[in-house]
Write a protein that binds this ligand. Structure first.
Ligand code: GLU
Length: 520
C-alpha cells in the first residue's frame, strides 16, 4: 500500500540542489567528501587538469588535498560556483560521452593492439621528415564536450604537413566566402596522387585537399598583407582551434621542404599558366606560405582539440570560442570526407565513413561529427602516403563503434556501440515505444520494435509490460501477438497484478476470454 512519504524522503525533498549535487559525488556510505574524490570524478569524466574550464577547480582541489581535508558543503559550493554547468554535467555523467572511462579502456586496447603493426616507410622526399623515428606512436581523443584521453607519444610535436590544407581552405572560405573560393578550386576527388600536375575541366585544381588546391587556398588568404602577417593569421587560427595548445613552427622542415620542392614549383607554374591563381599572385611568396603552413608542428593532443572543434561545428569545446562558421566547417568536412586521404579517400569513406585528413608526417586528423575529434600519429606510411598504424587504428575503432556515417541504417540491430548513449536510456526508450504501441493496439509497430531488438517482456518503472498495457486497454490483436511471441502472461507489476488481472479489471470480456482460451 502506498502511504505518505517517509521521513527520509521528506528530508531529501527539502535538501538544496547544492546538497543534492554534493551527494552525487559521494561514494556509497560516505558522508564527507574527500577533495581527491572530486578530482577523480573529473578525471574519469575526461576533464583534464590543463583544461581551461577546470584549471582553477583543479588548483583548489590540489590545495585541499595537500591540507588532507574533506570538502565541507560550503567549500563544495564555492568550488561549484567556478563552473556550475561543468560541475553539474560531471556529477550527472551527462557530458557527450557518459562513460568516458569505459571508452578510454576500450580505445587504449585498440591503441596497444595497433602498436603491433610495423609495416610502412617513413616519408623521405622531404629529407628532414626522414629523421623522425619510425617507432613514434601517439593518439589523442577529444569529445565535443572537451573530454580528453591520450596514449603513447601524444605530447610529441610532429609535422602536420597536409593536415594544414584543412585550415588553409577554411581560412580562405571565411575571408572570401565559399562561392568565391570555389571559382578557383573544385570540389571533386582528383583520382590522381596528391601532387599530380593536373586540373579539372574548368582549369581549377580538383579540390583543396591536394597540393594544387592548397597552394591556391594559400594564394587567397590575406593576399594584400605581408608574409609575416599572413603566417601569423594561420598560426593564430591553429592556436584558437587548439585552445592555446601546443602549436609551433619547424624552420628546419620548412627549409628542407623548400629545398626539395621541384614538384610544387612545377605545379605552381602550371597553375599560373592556366590562370588558376587570382591576379598578381607571386609564385615564390605563395609557395613559401604554403611550405610554412605545412611546417607547422602540433601534438596529437592539440590536433585532437582542433578536430573536436570541427566535430563541434566550429566552436572550440574547451574555450567555447567560435573559430569557424558552421557553413565553413560543413564544407571542409565534406571535402575531407571525399578527398582527405590521398588516393585512398574513396576506400576510407567506404570503410571508415568519417571525414579525415592525413599528412606525410604520419598524422591523421579524424572527425566524428557531433561526437569527437581524434588524432593518431605514426610516421611509417603506406603506398598512398597514409600512416599505416593510423589507418589500422581507424579500422579497429570503426568496427567497434557506430561512428561510420551510415551506421545509422543498421538502427537498433547494429552490433556496434554508440558511446554517446546512456546505457539505461537505449533500452528504456524502446520499452516506452513498445508500451505506447501496445496501448494503441498498433500490432505492426510492436512487430517492428521486437524485430529491431526491443525485449517483448521489458517492463517500465512500475513493472508494467506491453502485455499489461494491451490487456488494460482491451487491445485483443496486440495481446494475441504478444502472447504468441513469448509474452509472459505471469509477469507481475509492482502492485502484483498480472496482465489477466488487468484485463479483468478493465472489464473487457473479449480480452479476458481470449486470455483464457489461449491459456486453455
Ligand atoms: N608539404 C608537402 C608537399 O607539398 C605536403 C605533403 C603531404 O603531407 O601530403 O609535398
Amino acid at each position: 500500500m502506498l502511504s505518505g512519504p517517509s521521513p527520509n524522503v521528506t528530508r531529501e525533498l527539502t535538501e538544496s540542489p547544492d546538497e543534492a549535487l554534493y551527494k552525487l559525488f559521494l561514494e556509497p556510505g560516505q558522508t564527507e567528501l574527500p577533495a581527491k574524490r572530486v578530482t577523480e570524478r573529473f578525471r574519469a569524466a575526461g576533464i583534464l587538469s590543463d583544461d581551461p574550464r577546470a584549471k582553477e577547480i583543479f588548483e583548489r582541489l590540489e590545495a585541499e588535498k595537500h591540507a588532507g581535508s574533506s570538502l565541507s558543503l560550503g567549500g563544495f559550493i564555492e568550488l561549484f560556483a567556478l563552473n556550475p554547468s561543468l560541475f553539474r554535467r560531471v556529477a550527472e555523467d551527462s557530458l557527450a560521452i557518459p562513460d568516458w572511462d569505459e571508452l578510454c579502456r576500450s580505445i587504449g586496447k585498440i591503441f596497444h593492439e595497433t602498436a603491433k603493426v610495423t609495416e610502412g616507410k617513413v616519408a623521405a622526399y622531404i629529407p628532414e621528415l626522414a629523421r623522425v623515428p619510425a617507432s613514434k606512436f601517439g593518439l589523442s581523443v577529444c569529445s565535443v564536450d572537451g573530454q580528453r584521453m591520450r596514449f603513447g607519444d601524444a605530447k610529441d610535436l610532429f609535422s602536420i604537413q597536409s593536415i594544414s590544407k584543412t585550415v588553409s581552405y577554411c581560412l580562405a572560405s571565411e575571408e572570401l566566402g565559399a562561392e568565391s573560393v570555389h571559382t578557383h578550386i573544385g570540389r571533386e576527388p582528383s583520382g590522381d596522387s596528391f601532387n599530380a600536375i593536373t586540373l579539372d575541366s574548368r582549369q581549377r585544381p580538383h579540390n583543396p585537399m591536394i597540393n594544387a588546391g592548397a597552394i591556391v587556398s594559400c594564394s587567397l588568404i590575406k593576399s594584400g598583407q605581408s608574409a609575416s602577417e599572413r603566417f601569423a593569421h594561420v598560426f593564430d587560427t591553429w592556436r584558437r582551434l587548439t585552445a592555446g595548445g601546443d602549436v609551433s613552427f619547424n624552420n628546419t622542415v620548412f627549409l628542407s621542404e623548400r629545398d626539395s620542392a621541384d614538384r610544387n614549383f612545377a605545379l605552381a607554374y602550371f597553375l599560373r599558366e592556366n590562370a588558376a591563381f587570382p591576379k598578381n599572385t607571386g609564385i615564390s611568396a605563395t609557395l613559401d606560405f604554403y611550405f610554412q603552413c605545412c611546417s607547422v608542428e602540433m601534438t596529437c593532443d592539440s590536433m585532437a582539440i582542433a578536430a573536436a572543434t570541427l566535430a563541434n561545428g566550429g566552436v572550440n569545446p574547451l574555450t567555447n570560442e567560435r573559430v569557424f562558421s558552421i557553413d565553413t566547417v560543413k564544407n571542409c568536412l565534406s571535402l575531407m570526407h571525399s578527398c582527405g586521404m590521398y588516393d585512398f579517400s574513396g576506400e576510407f569513406a567506404f570503410l571508415i565513413g568519417v571525414p579525415a585528413k592525413s599528412g606525410v608526417g604520419g598524422g591523421i586528423m579524424v572527425v566524428v561529427p557531433e561526437v569527437l575529434g581524434c588524432c593518431v600519429w605514426s610516421p611509417p606510411l603506406d603506398e598512398h602516403g597514409n600512416s599505416v598504424r593510423g589507418i589500422e587504428f581507424c579500422k579497429s575503432l570503426m568496427s567497434k563503434y557506430s561512428f561510420h556515417n551510415f551506421d545509422i541504417v543498421s538502427g537498433a540491430e547494429g552490433e556496434k556501440t554508440d558511446p554517446t548513449r546512456r546505457k539505461v536510456s537505449v533500452g528504456n526508450a524502446r520499452i516506452v515505444d513498445l508500451c505506447w504501441a501496445a496501448a494503441k493496439g498498433d500490432t505492426k509497430e510492436i512487430q517492428r520494435l521486437v524485430a529491431s531488438g526491443a525485449k517483448i517482456n521489458g517492463a517500465d518503472y512500475d513493472g508494467r509490460t506491453a502485455l499489461h498495457i494491451a490487456a488494460s486497454e482491451g487491445q485483443a490483436a496486440s495481446v494475441q501477438y504478444i502472447l504468441q511471441n513469448g509474452g509472459n502472461r505471469d509477469a507481475k507489476d509492482r502492485w502484483g497484478n498480472t496482465p489477466l488481472d488487468d484485463a479483468k479489471r478493465s472489464g473487457n470480456r473479449g480480452v479476458v476470454e481470449f486470455f483464457e482460451n489461449i491459456q486453455g
